[in-house]
Design a protein around this ligand. Sequence first.
Ligand code: AMP
Length: 352
Amino acid sequence: MKKVEAVRGMSDILPEEALLWQHLEAEIREAVALYGYREIRTPIVERAELFARGVGEATDIVHKEMYVFPDKKGQMLALRPEATAPVVRAYIEHGLYAKGGVAKLYYIGPMFRYEKPQKGRKRQFHQYGVEALGSLDPALDAEVIDLAWFIMERLGLRREGLFLRLNSIGCPEDRPRYREALREYFLPYREKLCPDCQRRLDENPLRILDCKVPTCMEIAKDAPKSTDYLCEDCRLHFERLLGYLDALDLAYELDPKLVRGLDYYTRTVFELISRDLGAQDALLGGGRYDGLAEALGGPSIPGVGFAGGMERLILVLGKREVGDRCYRIITKPEVYLLPVGEGEVAEVLVDM
Ligand code: AMP
């Protein structure tokens, strides 16, 4: 009989490798706890509408990659493709904002996207991520970026092997002017763009900037930069963030093409890239999402965060490098108690 196999793009994590996962998860949990983040666990299944409204209908993640299905009553559900929208939904639903101040939340768990599987790109993959909600201060953006570097260093990745791509895409007030400038720029190239980008040109030309098709990338090289279209507040926010990063001695490369594949981002966007990975080189990505809570029907509360891929971490770290450092994980019993007679069995059970 034909064997039943795992679904394409979804992997088993066998005991040997699971040790490494446990080690990395433990390190990440400890690192984020030191920055004041507390864990939140949200369901793997959400209403599809959450992502259509949160991540954006025209994004690849929602438009092409989301696992969507009706339940028995016909309600459209989705396997979560990312966790920021679910975390913000839970934050609103449970009134976590009522306490005031900044809520610092983190998660680790599986996400699902119907992408073309390849090295470092799965259909079920795992993300760890942080969300800091409740402050517009650029110092919080800087702290979140600092935490990303802190996690990398804790996991044993050298700074020289990584770099930070950074950009500001402004606020919704800046967006129409920038979108118009992009549309004007790309319009003469319409026929040369890939079919997806031809659609993007009408729906959201920003998305053309992160297309990976070589001809589109070539055309996008001289496209207008978002930082040239920032309002005074957004410009100041970015300037102050850069000042904080300099004070923290954190290097960055300004990249006007970085827009990220999710619609909720405002102002700051960033990616931490590994120089040692091939095509799928982004270890983590994030940014500010000041309009997301409101878009999900909540109060207007700003936020900033990032999400990183566990599978990519494992790829860059390799087994050997961390092998010796898996000191936290107890892999086998350290003490054995042997009852020498019938009478001691209960005693041994109690002492265990
Ligand atoms: P995103 O949610 O698209 O901003 O992605 C954040 C991070 O999650 C990326 O930088 C990757 O490390 C990881 N990631 C995203 N999609 C996948 C995937 N399909 N397979 C493995 N890792 C992924």
